[in-house]
Design a protein around this ligand. Structure first.
Ligand SMILES: [Zn+2]
Length: 296
């Protein structure tokens, strides 16, 4: 959904709340504490109190945002909706908190916190289990130079704190979803554990490059390694899908982070995977629907 559409569809706090209530309760509000349907909406005019309900059974009061990303926020929901839309719909470019600050008229720090909260709610939301032809590949992000890594050892060569890159492993099903996470190291056992977590190994065939870190998982499932000298074919043994995803990650990454901290690698990866996996859907509606069905 584009920004104009959001501003037209949700001009007021009341409109945003009504939308969230439809997503969460489908017309039958219930108390999040005791699940009682005996609740009544208060008539309040103060913006922070709009949409508050009383429960007649347990006597608690609550709003539709209870237990969600928006719980207790003082920021108008329209600004949250705009932030989600700006972050999610422009899949090619990563939004910076400075840009968001200019776009929605809130301080940069508040925007940064909103964006982090949105990323946190994307983490682990996908219960991905890939099957079929799957490609795995590892990459290194953050830090400065590729030389900081010793691929043979599968360990970062640390030169003082913060200079090492993060090792990230990804696996993608051809024509399907991707999972990418930071790993402790790129050793065979770590890689095998990751692949088994996200791939239905008995029904799949794994394609990788010739890095020996893949040999352990290769003993536990069908595994082919690509030969660089071979002629490339679309359905052949290659990891181009995964490499395409990495370029997507890196473009977004280095485009907006001048001094990048590896502390947030898992969150940025979650965001990028989420956008990639739902690139053909209405991510805005999907994100809020999931958030309001108690999965956030
Ligand atoms: Zn109750």
């Amino acid at each position: 959904m584009d920004l104009i559409k959001i501003m037209e569809t949700f001009p007021t706090q009341e409109d945003c709340i009504a939308y969230l209530e439809r997503l969460r309760w489908h017309g039958s509000p219930e108390c999040p504490q005791c699940e009682s349907p005996h609740v009544r909406r208060r008539t309040e005019q103060a913006i922070g109190r709009i949409g508050r309900y009383n429960c007649h059974d347990c006597r608690s009061s609550f709003k539709v945002t209870h237990g969600t990303l928006f719980h207790g926020t003082k920021i108008p929901l329209q600004k949250w909706f705009l932030a989600i839309s700006l972050m999610e719909t422009n899949a090619k470019k990563r939004l910076s908190s400075c840009q968001l600050s200019r776009d929605i008229g809130l301080p940069q720090k508040a925007c940064w916190r909103m964006m982090m909260a949105i990323r946190v709610s994307e983490m682990g939301k996908d219960n991905v289990l890939l099957q079929g032809i799957v490609e795995a590949d590892e990459t290194y992000i953050g830090g400065k130079r590729k030389k900081d890594y010793d691929k043979e050892e599968g360990e970062p060569r640390k030169r003082g704190r913060g200079t090492a890159k993060d090792v990230v492993l990804g696996v993608v099903a051809r024509g399907g979803k991707v999972v990418a996470e930071r790993l402790e190291n790129a050793k065979g056992s770590t890689i095998a554990e990751f692949i088994k977590k996200f791939v239905k190994t008995e029904d799949s065939e794994l394609y990788t490059d010739q890095y020996r870190g893949y040999s352990e998982i290769g003993k536990q499932m069908k595994h082919e390694t690509m030969n660089r000298s071979q002629k490339w074919e679309p359905g052949g043994i290659h990891t181009n899908t995964m490499e395409g995803f990495w370029s997507f990650v890196k473009r977004a990454w280095y485009g907006s982070h001048h001094h990048y901290s590896t502390a947030y690698t898992p969150l940025y990866l979650a965001e990028t995977c989420y956008k990639y996996n739902y690139r053909d859907e209405n991510i805005f509606a999907k994100f809020l629907t999931e958030g309001m069905s108690g999965e956030m």
